[in-house]
Write a new protein. Structure first.
Length: 644
């Protein structure tokens, strides 16, 4: 048997037991009666670490259950059958060497499945490596070693799911989140619900206890198929190498086509089973169709008729129109149609575009609401009529969506159109390219007037000084300083309402926890966005102290991987939105105060950059410095909880 030799130690004292690693082989090294011995560090009984034991009566005693093995030969005492594997040892002039057999690497079921995952375009994984997912982790490590995969180890699995969700919301493509059995897997659920609620693709990979002990209630056993049943569009336990790659392809097909959660469960011992012989591939080619579906001709014609008959059609775009904005803007410019966005659609059209009216709804501005009120036909593209947005029910409404269930979901609309948003708008544009839009030449002037009025109101609010900084002045300066193509992940709460009202977008992409509205989303989602843009765009998170507190340890993750994310942190020492709701409900404000550290100092302690702002006049310089930082940076702004 061919051996590979590794230096184990300079020396081992008499009677001592230590652990070392020979390549990837854990070894229990000891000296007994002057002789050095090396045996497997894994107890044959239940895998206990023999190198953490001790020598008693001439035997290495396992620290878990007291099983005994001779330190040189690995043999048990007379009458026992378990034997620990022993390895050759040489004492050389420069130290002690151990020889371990050279073994051929076996292509495992996990290798096949991770190769398939990469073939489907998933090259980014966020997660935590642990005892019940090590076989899958090794397959990922091999792919990362070849430059085909990037793995980001996080501090909490919830952050892994939010990061993967943020990645998908920005790109439209899935990333993966990865966890162990039991609590690691259940920690993923909130971030997966966020992706599901906002209709973006995501892949969840979870370890599981060994199949032999499923059912009786083993350590960290959770019925993951049941736990993920509601959140996953498709969930499957991998039980053997047959069809393993096909299962990965199916998980990703469900995630991509349904814009939902694909989930795979890997029992511990199954992960290292040998893959079936032969190079098997399960590529997406031939499994995914084009999505630019043209609606029925009757719906196309009816839409044209209604738009032509309207005095002032207005376009309302939601997150579902993200990929179709060039077509939508061209259509609006041709017919002089105002464009309003939902909050989830904030930034899809720059606020300085002559037809842009900003955000509609609770997080919105008067420009949007006034133009909706003047309209007699609403063209709703990729939006779902949430109560948060408040699209008028008494107006004529044309709704276009790729999902038939979204059409008229809460209330009937005048014309539900099933088709791809961009394709539908392009067909309308082609059919109406010679229409006379001169009767709506007043539209841009009206929008400009409304913006002028709103900006004057914002300036008045910005001038309203107090001991702490108000949101109007904060977001006025941030709007002026933010890179025009930045990616901005926002949290929930008063900080986000204020962002919606006061921040003026140019070409930035905005990410948020839309329908789930989960606190803590911003910073992990910014990590996902950072992985997606690969240094091509600046990534910023905007959060309150309550939201960042949920995952503040992930700042160390950003430092570890050199993620130069800038966090704009609004510190009002309070869960301000909840306090506001308590007051509105005529309740006493109770248990909403927060005890915070100095977050700027925290950033420095973690190895990043920290800036604290207490005076409004210091905001421009602080934002400029923070946004230019090549390190992860927290710009902590001491804000007023009452002035949002």
């Amino acid at each position: 048997m061919e051996l590979e030799w590794f230096k184990a130690a300079e020396d081992v004292p008499e009677g001592r037991v230590i652990t070392m690693t020979a390549g990837v082989t854990p070894v229990c090294l000891s000296r007994f009666k002057g002789q050095v011995g090396a045996i497997s560090n894994r107890c044959p009984h239940q895998g206990g670490p023999l190198g953490e034991g001790q020598i008693e009566n001439g035997y290495v005693v396992c620290p878990w259950h007291g099983y005994e093995y001779h330190p040189i030969t690995g043999n048990p005492p007379a009458g026992f059958k378990d034997k620990a594997e022993s390895y050759p040892v040489e004492e050389r002039t420069d130290g002690i060497y151990v020889g371990v057999p050279i073994t051929e690497k076996i292509r495992t079921l996990s290798d096949e499945m991770i190769e398939t995952m990469i073939e489907w375009g998933v090259d980014t994984v966020f997660g935590m490596v642990g005892h019940s997912n090590l076989g899958v982790a090794e397959a990922m490590r091999r792919q990362e070693e070849q430059g085909k995969l990037r793995f980001f180890g996080v501090r909490h699995e919830g952050a892994a799911a939010f990061a993967a969700s943020g990645y998908a919301k920005l790109t439209g493509r899935p990333a993966a989140c990865f966890a162990i059995a039991g609590p690691g897997a259940t920690n993923l659920l909130t971030g997966l619900w966020d992706a599901k609620a906002d209709r973006v693709p995501i892949l969840a990979l979870t370890g599981q206890v060994e199949t032999q002990v499923l059912g009786p209630g083993a350590f960290q056993e959770v019925d993951l198929a049941a736990a993920f049943h509601a959140v996953a569009a498709w969930s499957q336990t991998v039980l053997g190498p047959k069809n393993a790659g096909s299962l990965m392809a199916l998980a990703l097909k469900h995630a991509i086509i349904k814009r939902d959660v694909g989930h795979l469960i890997f029992p511990n011992e199954v992960q290292v089973l040998p893959a079936l012989p032969g190079e098997r591939q399960f590529p997406p080619e031939g499994r995914l169709s084009h999505t630019d579906i043209t609606p029925a001709q009757a719906d196309i014609d009816d839409g044209i008729r209604r738009i032509r008959a309207a005095r002032l059609p207005v376009i309302i775009v939601g997150h579902g129109a993200r990929a179709s904005m060039p077509e939508i803007i061209a259509f609006a410019e041709r017919l002089n149609l105002p464009i309003i966005t939902t909050f989830k659609g904030k930034g899809l059209i720059p606020d300085d575009h002559p037809l842009a009216c900003g955000v509609l709804g609770r997080s919105g501005i008067p420009v949007a609401s006034s133009m909706m009120n003047r309209s007699d036909c609403l063209i709703v593209l990729g939006a779902s009529f949430s109560h948060h947005t408040g699209i008028a029910e008494y107006k004529q409404r044309i709704q276009v969506d790729f999902d038939r269930m979204a059409l008229g979901k809460f209330d009937p609309v005048n014309l539900p159109v099933w088709g791809d948003v961009g394709r539908t708008v392009s067909v309308w544009h082609d059919a109406m390219q010679h229409d006379d839009a001169s009767q709506r030449t007043y539209v841009t002037a009206e929008i400009a007037k409304r913006w002028q009025q709103w900006r004057a109101e914002k300036a008045r609010r910005a001038a309203d000084h107090s001991d702490r900084i108000n949101s109007a002045i904060l977001f006025e300066h941030l709007s002026q300083t933010m890179p025009e193509d930045a990616v901005i992940a926002v949290d929930v709460g008063n900080n986000t309402y204020s962002f919606g009202r006061y921040f003026e977008c140019k070409r930035q992409s905005i990410l948020m926890s839309g329908y789930l509205g989960s606190i803590g989303f911003a910073f992990p989602a910014a990590m996902g966005a950072w992985a997606a843009v690969k240094g091509q765009r600046k990534v910023v998170a905007v959060a309150g102290d309550g939201g960042f507190g949920q995952y503040m340890a992930e700042f160390t993750t950003a430092v570890k991987y050199g993620m130069n994310i800038t966090l704009i942190l609004l510190n009002n020492a309070e869960l301000g939105k909840i306090s506001k709701e308590q007051r509105a409900g005529h309740w006493q404000v109770w248990q909403t105060s927060l005890h915070n550290p100095n977050f700027a100092q925290y950033a420095e302690i973690c190895g990043g950059k920290g800036i604290r702002v207490t005076q409004a006049q210091d905001l421009p310089a602080a934002f400029a410095e923070g946004l230019a930082s090549e390190q992860p940076c927290i710009v902590e702004v001491m804000t007023d909880a009452l002035k949002i």
